[in-house]
Design a protein around this ligand. Structure first.
Ligand code: DGP
Length: 114
């Protein structure tokens, strides 16, 4: 069996987290190093390593992650907007090899992100 990813360990409670949303396809929890008042990671239960690894079969799942992000944003009261980001690979500064959508908001964000 493949080694569990860090985020699979969070999903099954082996590593504690503040979980904010769960369904059969994904789970979402607060980032340990928040970059804004709201910083939540939305992860598929399927341990896809990165955005580069998605296939046509994952289209619905990836759409679902974005839909969940909008629901959580509403629950978090992010009525003035927010940002969703997939970091991918070395140049994208991805540090955890389990696909995750960052939901960041609750303050004025800057662009470009650097
Ligand atoms: P990225 O750099 O895009 O791969 O984002 C990984 C994020 O995961 C980063 O913002 C910090 C967060 N993170 C890493 N380890 C943990 C952890 O053990 N718990 C929680 N809640 N977040 C974590």
């Amino acid at each position: 069996m493949a080694e569990k990813t860090l985020f699979q360990k969070i999903a099954n409670g082996e590593i504690p987290s503040e979980m904010v949303y769960e369904d059969d396809q994904c789970f979402a929890f607060r980032d340990i190093n928040p970059q804004a008042p709201t910083h939540i990671l939305i992860c598929p239960r399927k341990p896809i390593p990165s955005l580069d690894d998605i296939t046509e079969d994952d289209g619905e799942l990836v759409g679902h992650l974005s839909l969940v992000a909008t629901r959580i944003a509403a629950e978090e009261g992010l009525t003035n907007g927010y940002r969703t980001v997939y970091n991918c690979g070395e140049h994208g500064q991805q540090s955890v090899p389990h696909l995750h959508l960052h939901l960041i908001g609750g303050r004025q964000l800057n662009w470009p992100p650097g």
